[in-house]
Design a protein around this ligand. Structure first.
Ligand code: PHE
Length: 399
């Protein structure tokens, strides 16, 4: 039988969480005991189901639900079903903290899945850590997320790696020595990625010809783009999320900028090309996997996801699926379903067969995995190459 999920209205979440806001110390009520509603095991999920990062939240949520349905159809955890309670944070870090408070205090979630955007994961992660509840972020890549503390995990690589991959690609494969950087200073993901890229690219001998920044509410980027054009870069790094990037790309092309634009996983959304159209052709970004990967595990996931949702999953969905399944496996192997035993089991994960690769949780509670470079060709995301060690020069040149 399929489990129905419970969705919370954002306004209700905010009110409930505000009335119940707790202090920053570890709550003994939640840290050592298992909590559930009826006989179901409650897992909380928070995500950007609406707002500027909505496709991230929806893809992740779809995949977490798919994993949960599959688990429950196969007997759940020791015969108990898992119920995922999902809350929308509307793509805002302040709401993310309230959503997580509510999931723990009101819904009695014993573990939390989320978020995608690193700023939201940091806000939610601080709440989880203060309450001793394990959290797994499917896809937040800023190092600060898991640095919050021993309850916070992720199943993806981190930005110092990802940004170095893009630097290696730009330097060796594109042959670029002059790159401009355009950063969203309202997103930790974007500022961290830019910093990591600049470090890696300059170490390879490249030059950053100009650095410009924008804010999350900005829609007119032409002033900065004009200055960027004057600095004559061979490529422009824009480590933002898809909505900003699509608008920036369109305005850049309208100003006559023809060089490739480069980015990271934050570009991965069907809306990137829907909004940006042909402006993105010939551009590249790093990502967690190519969904056209021929491996049987990826193909099976893609088929099940398509059958349930009528669309092709993106890498957010793949990571959401892996985060849920890794949590469920840890719950099965944990000494008990107390949050601290679940945390210990997640921390002990080795070689978990995810569809985004084998996942070992390292000492920093991150996962080391290769990245892929995606090229946008005629509006399609196509796998261009995989890079597992950005410290090693690439053989392949040009394109
Ligand atoms: N890595 C991004 C962040 O940390 C989120 C993201 C992951 C976006 C994967 C798209 C795909 O904010």
């Amino acid at each position: 039988m399929m489990m129905r999920r419970q969705f919370m209205y954002p306004a209700l979440v905010v009110l409930m969480a505000m009335g119940l806001a707790t202090g920053g110390c570890k709550s003994p009520a939640n840290s050592g005991s298992s909590q559930s509603s009826g006989n179901d095991i409650i897992v909380g999920e928070y995500g950007s189901l609406t707002g500027p990062q909505a496709t991230f939240g929806k893809s992740t949520d779809n995949a977490i639900q798919l994993a949960t349905d599959e688990l429950n159809a196969n007997g759940g955890i020791d015969g108990r079903k898992v119920k995922v309670v999902t809350q929308d944070d509307m793509s805002q870090a302040s709401n993310a903290a309230l959503a997580v408070q509510n999931l723990i205090d009101q819904q009695h979630a014993i573990a939390i899945l989320g978020e995608v955007a690193s700023s939201c994961s940091q806000a939610g992660g601080r709440v989880c850590q203060s309450k001793g509840i394990p959290m797994i972020s499917p896809s937040s890549t800023n190092p600060a997320v898991t640095a919050i503390g021993d309850d916070i995990f992720r199943v993806c690589f981190i930005d110092p790696f990802q940004a170095a991959v893009v630097a290696r690609f730009a330097h060796d494969s594109l042959g670029a020595t002059r790159v401009a950087v355009f950063t969203n200073t309202d997103q930790d993901y974007s500022t961290g990625f830019s910093k990591n890229f600049i470090e890696a690219f300059t170490k390879m001998g490249g030059t950053i010809v100009i650095q410009k920044s924008y804010g999350g509410q900005d829609t007119d980027f032409r002033g900065s783009l004009t200055a960027i054009a004057q600095s004559k870069p061979q490529a422009i790094l824009i480590p933002g999320y898809y909505q900003d990037v699509a608008s920036i790309a369109k305005q850049a092309r309208a100003l006559g900028i023809t060089c490739p634009l480069l980015g990271g996983d934050g570009w991965d959304s069907p809306d990137l090309v829907k909004i940006g159209g042909t402006a993105l052709n010939g551009c590249y970004f790093s990502d967690h996997l190519a969904i056209d990967d021929p491996s049987p595990a990826v193909a099976k996931f893609v088929a099940s996801y398509k059958a349930k949702y009528g669309q092709t999953p993106d890498s957010l969905a793949a990571l959401g699926y892996d985060s849920a399944n890794l949590l469920f496996a840890a719950m099965k192997s944990a000494k008990s379903l107390s949050s601290s035993d679940i945390r210990d089991a997640v921390a002990a994960t080795k070689n978990f067969p995810g569809i985004t690769g084998n996942i070992t949780i390292n000492a920093q509670r991150n996962a080391d995995k290769p990245a892929v470079i995606i090229k946008i060709v005629n509006g399609q995301f196509t796998k261009y190459m995989a890079i597992s060690n950005p410290d090693v020069p690439l053989q392949q040149k040009g394109s």
